[in-house]
Design a protein around this ligand. Structure first.
Ligand code: T4K
Length: 399
């Protein structure tokens, strides 16, 4: 008899009664404070175009990241485009493929060519030796990604960029409040870009920001995010509309107020996942580099099919049947997405290996320790009985 996949929901009682556990549930902070800020903005009758709340948020982000300038935007994807455009980058942009599609899209969308580079097999961040091999006269910039909040090799990349006279930016969408050593992410390269999307540790519904010490770049960004209107009210460049609204800024400030607590809670969640799943063959909760500060926004599980006998995708389906919804951050890697796939396909060994193994697990303040023990017990059981489950699957799901 064929069995439905939901029949596999046996670990926590009938799945129908379980609260869904998602990756990226919003961290709002003090809702009353958010609403008070919103009321204030409404009373103030200034709702966007560089309003006081957005300006306050920019100031606080600049302080936290230790930079001179912060330019808030409507999201990180637009911020990446603005930075590349404002810096006059042309030609090719070297970047990892193990990232969200927004990273290459931001280059492609403004007519630049993303060149995908392999990553370090342990950190998942750009491998500087591979970057060096890809630099040619056509290279306009390098974009590193602080994947899962772990710092990209900033020093090596800064050295490479300086040697070859190319610009260097960082996609820090995952890395607000993180450090490289004891230096805050935000001040590396020519500029860095944060995301404050609803799913991020600090969120503003939609939102982003560029941080930089380059005053000229900051001024250009301010103009370009607002139709290219410069400080003399003259349209001196072809800009876009990428401003942050006061509603988003009110949310961002409130979420930022709660950031200390959010990070601590995420750190505890991560530690609990690690201890609950330690010693399970073929399963690893990615540790964080103790010499860095992380926001622990992503709990990354790496599975080894060869050891567990259970494919990552089946583990994901099994968890879904238990109302646990992991995310594939990031699988497939960008170079294998239909939008970027070449024929024959580019091969990036370490990127593909990590991408096949990754599952991001639910975390955040609304995920309880009890939830984490339940999720971990499902994973442990599934990993220990991987081959059995695989065999059962063959009978459950038509090929
Ligand atoms: N660079 C990198 C490395 C990035 O990861 C991202 C974005 C960017 C650049 C660009 O940043 P933005 O332009 O967005 O500022 C989500 C986010 O939309 C995206 O911002 C984020 N990275 C990416 C990693 O995750 P999806 O396609 O996975 O979103 P979705 O709708 O499937 O939701 C993800 C999870 O969050 C689900 O478990 C549901 C949950 N969720 C989502 C929303 C919107 C909630 O619980 N509540 C919500 O309100 O992209």
């Amino acid at each position: 008899m064929k069995r439905a996949l939901t029949d596999l929901a046996v670990f926590g009682g009938p799945a129908a009664f379980l609260r869904p556990l998602l990756v990226g549930m919003p961290t709002v902070g003090d809702r009353a404070r958010f609403l008070a800020r919103l009321e204030w903005a409404l009373d103030n009758e200034w709702l966007t175009n560089g309003g006081p709340l957005a300006t306050e948020l920019e100031g606080r982000i600049a302080d936290i990241t230790g930079v001179r300038y912060c330019v808030a935007t409507c999201n990180a994807t637009a911020a990446l485009q603005l930075v590349l455009r404002a810096s006059g980058v042309t030609g090719q942009v070297i970047m990892p493929s193990l990232t969200f599609a927004a990273t290459p899209h931001s280059a492609s969308w403004i007519g630049l060519e993303p060149v995908f580079c392999d990553v370090d097999p342990v950190t998942g961040c750009l491998d500087p030796a591979r970057v060096a091999e890809l630099i040619t006269p056509a290279t306009g910039a390098i974009v590193g990604v602080h994947l899962w909040g772990r710092a990209a090799p900033v020093t090596e990349l800064e050295k490479l960029a300086a040697e070859h006279g190319v610009k260097l930016f960082f996609d820090a969408a995952h890395a607000f409040g993180c450090t490289s050593g004891d230096r805050p992410i935000g001040g590396f390269g020519n500029a860095e870009v944060f995301s404050f999307h609803a799913t991020k540790t600090v969120m503003s519904f939609e939102g982003g920001a560029v941080t930089t010490d380059d005053g000229e770049l900051a001024e250009q960004l301010v103009a370009l995010r607002s139709f290219g209107i410069d400080r003399n009210k003259s349209v001196t460049a072809v800009g876009m509309n990428a401003k942050m609204s006061e509603c988003s800024a009110a949310m961002g400030l409130t979420s930022l107020d709660a950031f200390g607590e959010t990070r601590e809670r995420n750190r505890e969640n991560h530690a609990l996942y690690r201890s609950e799943l330690s010693g399970v063959p073929g399963i690893e909760v990615l540790p964080f580099d103790e010499s860095e500060r992380n926001n622990h926004q992503y709990v990354i599980l790496l599975t080894d099919h060869a050891v567990t006998g259970l494919h990552r995708d089946r583990l994901q389906t099994l968890l879904q049947a238990e109302k646990v919804f992991p995310q594939l951050y990031f699988s497939p890697p960008c170079h294998l997405m239909p939008a970027y796939r070449t024929d024959p396909p580019l091969r990036l060994e370490h990127t593909e290996r990590l991408s096949e193994r990754v599952l991001a697990l639910p975390t955040g303040p609304s995920v309880s320790f009890e939830d984490i023990r339940r999720v971990s017990s499902i994973i442990r059981l599934a990993a220990e009985r991987g081959e059995q489950i695989d065999a059962m699957w063959a009978g459950a799901v038509p090929a």
